[in-house]
Design a protein around this ligand. Structure first.
Ligand code: FAD
Ligand code: NAP
Length: 338
């Protein structure tokens, strides 16, 4: 039987570690728990929010309503010729899922190693790293609708995946809980080695013809070296999305800032590195009370210890203003602010 907890500490459930309490919370391990939790919220007229690993949430105050903490675990695979279809319960840890698939010799998830959080949150912002997005291996998902109590299947088209966005981050935000995700992996690796860090790591490992496991090891090694570990210093990864601007705006900026990293997209727009823009504005290593900008990766805001969410948000807003004033670019938050 499901237990509803009251007034619980939420900070420890997020990687930023800013303090906040949940009015009501329930750990759900299966669909029946979920149905009971949603019925409880409906009876009491409570808003519902879903928390996975808490690695993309900034808490700025106590959370009213019911927080569902997702612990739905399941793995079921089916091999079909060269394809492997794997259905994951949405509470499965993402990195453990990647590690398991690579250890089975299945290819597709290796570039996405060491991303914190749960499988169920991966479609939400269409997680991506080193040239691969989860959309490229996505087959379908199931989502429980809070209002109707229905479980609905979604194809990739219905999820409307974009750059760090999907229908679940827009129209369906806080209206559904993703309960399972099915990915299609392959026994025939199509490896992506387009990012310089991955290429350099493979070269340092003296690997000229990489296999799936080599890419996985290279990504784990680069990320371990470059990115701040939330167990050591609170953070939620990239605080802002990389802006995508018009080709015209990019060429004007490149005249003024010839070293600005820029990545032309297939639709003619240009992606620019938010971390570089923030660094140019002098924010790398800066502090605002106990919150700060990481000293090696300016796109990551950190909790030096005891930071409250409003301090982090205030720092983020200062950075947004300064990047807008300098480059005429609006940085959009990637992190979900609660
Ligand atoms: P949470 O933080 O718990 O939730 C995030 C949002 O998704 C919330 O709005 C929540 O309500 C919603 N949500 C969660 N689960 C569900 C569900 N089952 N159904 C419906 N909604 C749900 N992201 C990348 O894309 N690429 C990276 O390389 C990357 N690297 C990171 C590195 C570090 C060190 C950190 C701290 C974060 C990084 N992230 C990265 C961000 C984060 O790990 C991902 O967004 C991840 O998918 C979040 O998973 P989570 O379970 O922790 O989600
Ligand atoms: P990086 O290699 O220093 O590159 C900076 C930015 O330039 C990245 O954000 C990346 O965009 C872009 N970029 C670099 N090489 C590119 C290429 N060959 N083609 C297209 N775009 C390129 O980045 P980093 O900070 O060390 O992160 C490495 C990877 O991990 C990135 O893919 C990044 O998205 C991912 N990551 C994400 C988070 C998060 O919270 N979202 C946190 C840490 C790392 P993209 O971001 O579009 O890839």
């Amino acid at each position: 039987m499901l237990t509803i907890q009251h007034n619980i500490d939420l900070g420890e459930h997020t990687t930023f570690g800013c303090p906040a309490r949940a009015e009501h919370a329930a750990v759900v391990t299966n669909i029946q728990d979920l149905q009971e939790a949603v019925a409880y919220a409906r009876d009491k007229g409570l808003a519902i929010r879903v928390l996975g690993g808490g690695s993309n949430v900034l808490l700025t105050g106590n959370v009213a309503g019911l927080v569902i903490i997702n612990q739905i675990y399941q793995r079921a695979e089916c091999v079909d010729g060269h394809d492997v279809h794997i259905r994951f319960g949405s509470g499965e840890n993402w990195h453990d899922a990647v590690t398991w698939t690579v250890s089975q010799g299945w290819s597709g998830m290796e570039n996405l190693a060491l991303i914190p959080g749960t499988v169920g949150a991966a479609p939400m912002q269409n997680i991506g790293a080193y040239g691969v997005e989860q959309a490229s291996i996505f087959e379908e998902l199931e989502a429980f609708h809070f209002e109707s109590g229905e479980i609905r299947k979604y194809t990739a088209v219905e999820c409307d995946f974009g750059y760090r966005v999907s229908v679940f981050k827009r129209e369906l935000r806080d209206k559904v809980m993703i309960t399972s995700v099915t990915y299609r992996l392959s026994l025939d690796p199509k490896l992506v080695t387009s990012y310089r860090d991955v290429q350099e790591e493979l070269a340092a490992m003296s690997i000229t013809t990489p296999r799936t496991l080599d890419i996985y090891n290279a990504v784990v090694s680069v990320r371990t070296r470059k990115l701040p570990d939330p167990r050591v210093i609170g953070n939620a990864g990239s605080f802002f999305m990389n802006p995508v601007i018009t080709a015209e705006q990019a060429s004007e900026l490149l005249e003024k800032y010839p070293t600005m990293p820029n990545y032309p997209q297939s639709d003619g727009t240009v992606k620019v590195a938010a971390g570089w823009l923030i660094e140019q504005c002098g924010w790398k290593g800066a502090r605002n009370g106990a919150s700060g900008v990481h000293d090696r990766q300016a796109l990551v805001l950190v909790n030096h210890g005891g930071a409250v969410g409003s301090e982090v948000l205030e720092l983020a807003e200062k950075i947004q203003r300064s990047v807008a004033d300098t480059f005429g670019i609006t940085l959009v938050r990637e992190v979900n602010v609660w």
